[in-house]
Design a protein around this ligand. Structure first.
Ligand SMILES: [Zn+2]
Length: 425
């Protein structure tokens, strides 16, 4: 028996150390939705925006998705900046309906420090929303896409149940570490890669619009937070049950936890995606439905020899990189590659959705250049209203019939084609 007790206490201390380490090692960001959830939520939103505004968001989808996690990684965050990610509704000893929606009224009633300590999330949503409206109104596209990314962050945080409670990491109910287990294990394993589309009309038809806008962001946030708080107990109970059935942190534990709360988490992420889409749309309507900038597709078609031509590959990579630095928020850079050197994928931040399609084919066979050209053609067709330029860096283009035909088609589509012959050998 002494041995078993020793084993047990050893195991317990290991768990404690592991939990403490987790606490110390994970960024403060751990206590929010994790990176994968933020990205999934905003991806789901971008898929359903109305066409008149949607292309801008589509073109900038990669940028917006990348920057949706920014607020979690601001260096040396202030106490207020940290408090913007949660709202501990359970700390208020008045019914949610009686909490002032106006922050200054709240501070007057409860005291400034108390209000900050309990969380500022609803007001962060409103601030980023106003920032997006201002950017769209002044047609500051650079700012608009960044504000959109940051708005998505706080919007998603409002749907995360553990952001609505002071027991945010199960520390008071024997569920210590639950936040990290959900965000950094369960979601990446089971939900992160999934597309969880927002509820909303599809982008397929022009002029589809929602009836429903979010006129009162603070009221919306309070509602989400209240319904999130109601789910905290389910999460903690599920954790306890799974710990009884399986070994904590094992593959089986996460599978069991996912069976119990995965569908609920998915519903919360869908709620986040839906709200983000609606907020983007609402902001655009409030800004006076500005015409969004037409996309300018800058395509770099690289066709470099597979082997032995290292220097040509280097030249191609740096040329593509050079082109990418001058991109604005209306630009889509698609790099379509035949015989791609791997390093090419390093500067991906500004790439729009086009390249996701175009880079699909694993091109490394004879006739690669015409195949790559066809990819470019397909990609350009997805951006019918854009100004399109295609730079082709190649060691020998259009040598076959298919290549020549495609070049002709590109000309007919009024695509500016610039063939950089420096790479010809
Ligand atoms: Zn956050």
């Amino acid at each position: 028996m002494p041995n078993r007790r020793k084993d047990l206490s050893h195991a317990l201390s290991r768990i404690l150390i592991a939990s403490l380490l987790l606490f110390v090692l994970l960024p403060a960001a751990a206590f929010g939705w994790g990176d994968d959830s933020h990205r999934a939520a905003v991806r789901g939103a971008l898929a359903v925006l109305p066409a008149e505004m949607g292309q801008f968001f589509q073109v900038n989808s990669r940028f917006i998705v990348e920057h949706s996690t920014d607020p979690d990684y601001i260096p040396d965050r202030t106490v207020e900046q940290k408090a913007e990610h949660f709202f501990d509704l359970d700390l208020y000893d008045v019914p949610p309906s009686e909490i002032p929606r106006d922050r200054s009224a709240d501070e007057k009633r409860f005291g400034r420090d108390v209000v900050i300590e309990r969380g500022l999330l609803p007001w962060a949503v409103e601030r980023e929303y106003q920032r997006l409206v201002a950017a769209l109104t002044s047609k500051d596209w650079q700012e608009a896409r960044l504000a959109a990314a940051h708005l998505s962050h706080f919007t998603a945080d409002a749907t995360m149940p553990l952001h609505a409670t002071s027991n945010y990491d199960g520390q008071r109910t024997g569920n210590l570490g639950i936040h990290g287990r959900i965000e950094w294990e369960l979601v990446p394993r089971y939900l992160g890669g999934k597309i969880i589309p927002a509820d909303g009309p599809a982008i397929i038809h022009d002029h589809v619009e929602w009836e429903e806008l979010i006129y009162d962001r603070i009221a919306w946030a309070f509602e989400e937070i209240e319904s999130g708080l109601a789910l905290v107990d389910d999460i903690n109970q599920a954790d306890l049950a799974c710990r009884k059935e399986t070994v904590l942190d094992s593959e089986e534990y996460y599978a069991a936890l996912n069976r119990r709360i995965g569908p609920m988490l998915e519903r919360r992420l869908r709620a986040a995606a839906t709200a983000i889409a609606k907020l983007y749309h609402t902001a655009w309507v409030e800004a006076g439905r500005p015409a969004m900038p037409p996309a300018r597709a800058v395509m770099v078609l690289l066709d470099v020899p597979a082997e032995d031509f290292r220097s040509l590959q280097d030249a191609a990579v740096s040329e593509a990189a050079r082109r990418s630095t001058s991109l604005g928020p209306q630009d889509v850079l698609a790099v379509i590659v035949a015989n791609a050197p791997k390093r090419l994928w390093e500067f991906t931040v500004n790439w729009g959705p086009v390249c996701d399609v175009a880079r699909d084919p694993a091109i490394s066979y004879t006739g690669a250049e015409s195949y790559a050209l066809e990819s470019a053609l397909l990609a350009l067709r997805r951006l019918p209203d854009s100004k399109r330029t295609l730079f082709i860096l190649t060691d020998g283009l259009g040598a076959d019939k298919r290549g020549l035909e495609t070049l002709t088609l590109l000309e007919e589509m009024k695509v500016d084609v610039e063939i950089v012959s420096a790479l010809k050998n």
